[in-house]
Structures are given as C-alpha cells and as structure tokens.
Ligand binder design. Structure first.
Ligand code: TXA
Ligand code: MG
Length: 325
C-alpha cells in the first residue's frame, strides 16, 4: 500500500478500481468507486464485513443527491442544503445508480457530502478522471468489522495495513476533526429518524426540517448493532461521583485500568488516565484514540464517565454505550 498526502494519487488508484483509505472530518473511510462491483467487494473483504451491511456513498456536490436518490421529501433537501458538506448521512430511496452491491440489496442508499478538503479533492479529481461529476465513493469506516473507527492515518495502518494490496493507497489527511461517525438520518418516512447520532444533533435536524424526529424506522441499519466500536478491554460506564468506587470494585490492579472522563473529573489514584478532554467537542475527538491506547497498553478495563447527552455528547455517549455492551 502506498501512503501519500496527494489526493490525486488516491483518485488515480480509485479510478483504476483499487482501494483508497481516505480522511474525512468524522473518521477515516476505506473507499472504492461506488460503480465498480469488484472494487466494492474488496472493501467488504478487507473489513471482514457481512455483505448485507450497506455502505455510505460519498459525493462531491449536494446536487448529486438528485442523481442517486429518488422520491425525496422536501425536508431531506433542506437537510442537505444546511448540513452538507458535513458530518451527516441521508438514507433515501435509491436511483438505478446505486447497485445492490453497495446497498446490501436494500431499496435505499446512504449518501454523504463530506467536508474534509483532502476527501473533496479526491472526489473532484476522480470525477474528472472518469468524466462523471456525480461519481460516488463507497466508504465504510476504515476499521475491521465491529472495531473502533480510525481517526488518523496511523490508525488505518494498524487496522488494515496487512490486508490492503500494493496498488491500494492511504491518503494522510491529518487527524479527523469531529472524531465520531456521521449522523445518519432516515429520510424514507414521513418524518426524519436518527439511525445513528453524530455531530449534527437531533435538535438541529428538527430545527431545519420543522418536524419532530420519529423513534422507529422501517429501514435496517445493520452497523448500528448494540455491540460495536469495541476495544479489547472491557468498558464500564459510571457517573462521575461513582468513579473511584467503580475502579476499586473492579478488583484489578489500578495500573491495569484506564479512565476516560472530562478534565474536570479527577483521576483515581494509580489508574491510567487515557484522556482528559476539556469539553465535549474534544471528548469526541479523542474518544477512539483513547480506546486504542487502552488496547495498546493491554489494559483490562476502561472506566468511562460519559458526557451529558447534549449536542455531540449524544454521539459520544452512544459510542461509549456500544463499546461497553
Ligand atoms: O462518518 C461516517 O459516516 C463514516 C465516514 C467514512 O463517512 N462512515 C461510516 O461508515 O461510518 P460505516 O459503514 O462504518 O457505517 C455506515 C452505517 C452502517 O451502520 C450502515 O448499516 C448504515 O450506515 N447504512 C448504510 N447504508 C444504509 C441504508 N441504505 N439504510 C440504512 N442504513 C444504512
Ligand atoms: Mg463503521
């Protein structure tokens, strides 16, 4: 695999049907041209991901929504207009562009217009190379199935270095600014349903659409299983006031235990402080690196104090719950 910081090198590899691990503002993705079944099949193989788990198709221009989706409600257009480019994915009814090999056989497709400048440069260069300005890059997070998403190029290397081929590319675009995966909004019903929380909060979706988000969706989103985003270490969630007691109650040597909490929460004696983010935005940025660090240090347990459920705290708490499952 070739590691580069030149988006055109990644676009050239994709154009030829190879894979490219790509930076986005949320997490790194493992990309293939969304119109090439064999390239997309390699993404599933590299991740060890079940074939019925659909992929997100990344697009350069919000108007490409009209090429990939059909029967769009007006409020889906409003979400695209306000939040794209950005950390939000819309699930819509698919057009003929979206093959079964991308959607897991569903009649919907997940679409996202990312904001990361490197990723956007790849989409632009790929569109020029293949002569299609609505070209899509199908990209799941660039981790092995069920594991923690990568937020740096080094993380991608650790996850997929030994399964990518000589012609595949890793584009280094620096650490991901958001740190947790995009908000997924199901746009196939009469109101939005949040399938996965992210940087775009429920309140923002409701403000833009003028609708109250629904609770239940007819759409299947397999990657949102209860156990996901999990490190090898056992993860336990506690309130700040219970932190010290919880660490003691583990019955482990303190040095085998990691703690993850906002900076304002003190570290119990002897434990490994994995991260001390100043606020919830930073909590999201450092979350996955901290879980990786726990595994690198071969810790047995991580005790985490989730942030409040407001804004991106919603997404951080969600990922911590899944890591703890
Ligand atoms: O931030 C992100 O969304 C990152 C970056 C790389 O864009 N991507 C990402 O992809 O997290 P992935 O494959 O790890 O998670 C995509 C989620 C899965 O839970 C999948 O089930 C859901 O999106 N999904 C994809 N297509 C869908 C569809 N048509 N209907 C319902 N859910 C879908
Ligand atoms: Mg993923």
């Amino acid at each position: 695999m070739l590691r580069t910081d030149d988006p055109d090198v990644a676009a050239a590899a994709l154009a030829e049907g190879h894979l490219a691990a790509l930076p986005t503002e949320t997490v790194y993705g493992l990309g293939a041209r969304a119109d090439l079944p064999r390239a997309v099949a390699r993404v599933y193989a590299a991740k060890g991901r079940p074939a019925d788990h659909p992929l997100i198709v990344h697009l350069l221009d919000p108007y490409a929504l009209l090429a990939w989706g059909v029967e769009l409600p007006e409020w889906a257009g409003a979400l695209a207009e306000v939040f794209w480019p950005g950390p939000m994915t819309l699930v819509v009814r698919r057009s003929d562009r979206a093959g079964d090999f991308v959607t897991g056989g569903q009649d919907t497709v997940a679409l996202r217009v990312p904001a990361h400048p490197g990723m956007r440069a790849v989409l632009r260069a790929l569109g020029e190379r293949v002569g299609d300005d609505a070209v899509g890059i199908a990209a799941p997070s660039a981790n092995r199935f069920g594991r923690v998403s990568p937020t740096t190029a080094d993380h991608v290397l650790a996850e997929l270095g030994d399964v990518l081929g000589a012609d595949d590319v890793l584009l280094d675009g620096g650490p991901s600014a958001v740190g947790v995966e995009s908000t997924i909004v199901d746009c196939t019903g009469d109101r939005p349903v949040i399938l996965r929380p992210g940087r775009v909060a429920t309140r923002g979706v409701e403000a833009v659409t003028g609708l109250t988000c629904g609770e239940r969706s007819a759409v299947r989103a397999p990657g949102t299983l209860a156990s996901h985003y999990a490190p090898r270490a056992r993860v336990q969630l506690v309130d700040a006031v219970d932190l010290e007691a919880a660490v003691g109650g583990l019955g482990l040597p303190a040095a085998r235990t990691g703690v993850l909490a906002l900076a304002e929460i003190a570290t119990p004696p002897g434990v490994v402080r994995l991260a001390a983010p100043a606020d919830v935005t930073e909590y999201a940025q450092v979350l996955y690196a901290a879980l990786r660090e726990a595994d690198a240090l071969e810790l047995e347990a991580v005790v985490a104090v989730p942030p409040d459920d407001a804004g991106i705290g919603e997404a951080v708490a969600d990922r911590l719950r899944r890591a703890a499952h």
